[in-house]
Design a binder for this molecule. Structure first.
Ligand code: DGL
Length: 286
């Protein structure tokens, strides 16, 4: 069914949307699951498409860009922002939570996607050997290993950085022979490092677009942990435990889209991710 995802503000009161941030289009896979779970809220999506990918950038740059985006979403009225990007969650979330928020926006909150994902890994793995695929930034940060070991120290975690997977998705090449080549290459390398893996975490919000290829090159018994539903469940749980935040977020079921790239380019590409018409608005970050 075609849906129309509007950027028009149809209500007279100022919106206080939940902000959803990603370096590009990948966070749309998270937005979709969050909207299915919590359709009543207003959402404001921001894709830093002009500066994507983040996965190969340094810690300092990812932090700087992410904080700029969060500030923009706060300025637009969002009391709560989800970093729907593993790279930003790995490299910027802690500093924003511990340093920036207390100084500049103590009543606002920023949440990431790594913790809600790893909380669910233990029930899926029998071999206690888990693989993680992600951007070089996410894998080199070791965030998944650290977070999994905080909760489940007995699980062996093996990461594989897949630098070409985000560009394949951002350029709509996710269903081509080129995608087959790069997906197979990295999954073969992952299983060569640890053949006992029985769960593979998609540690990048772009990767659900590659799921058919990923399934094709994984052994049948291996489960894929895709994070959208877990992040949505975790947000629902958070809002239930924090009624003061829940009541600050407005509920008119609207969705608006901001991008740092050309708005028509974003609208065309994002329509692939969300199967509907999208009106985006171009903004600049600084
Ligand atoms: N969707 C982002 C993530 O989950 C992609 C990062 C990038 O821009 O490389 O890590």
């Amino acid at each position: 069914m075609q849906r129309h995802w509007s950027n028009k503000n149809l209500v007279s009161d100022p919106l206080k949307p939940v902000g959803i941030f990603d370096s590009g289009y990948g966070g749309l896979t998270i937005l979709e699951k969050i909207r299915e779970r919590l359709p009543q809220f207003d959402y404001l999506y921001l894709g830093d498409n002009a500066r994507t990918p983040y996965g190969t950038r340094s810690f300092e740059i990812v932090y700087e860009f992410t904080w700029q985006a969060v500030r923009k979403l706060f300025d637009e009225g969002c009391p709560l922002v989800i970093l729907a990007c593993n790279t930003a969650s790995a490299k910027a979330l802690r500093t924003i939570q511990q340093k920036n928020l207390p100084q500049t926006a103590p009543d606002n909150r920023v949440l990431g996607v790594i913790r809600p994902t790893v909380e669910n890994v233990a029930v899926l793995t029998r071999s206690r050997h888990v693989g993680v695929v992600g951007t070089p930034g996410t894998i080199l940060s070791d965030s998944y290993t650290l977070e999994i070991h905080k909760l489940f120290p007995d699980i062996t975690v093996t990461g594989e950085a897949c630098p070409m997977w985000v560009p394949l998705v951002e350029n709509a090449e996710y269903d081509t022979p080129g995608a087959d080549y790069f997906v197979r290459k990295h999954l073969d390398t992952l299983f060569a490092k640890d053949p006992q893996i029985d769960v593979v975490i998609l540690g990048c919000t772009h990767y659900p677009l590659l799921i058919n290829k990923i399934r094709k090159y994984l052994p049948d018994h291996v489960q894929i942990l895709s994070q959208g539903e877990y992040v949505a469940d975790s947000l629902a749980d958070y809002l239930q435990r924090h009624p003061e935040m829940e009541s600050r977020c407005t509920k008119n079921a609207t969705v608006r889209f901001l991008t740092t790239e050309a708005d028509d380019k974003f609208s065309t590409m994002a329509s692939i991710f969300l199967a509907g018409n999208i009106d985006a608005q171009r903004i600049t970050l600084d």
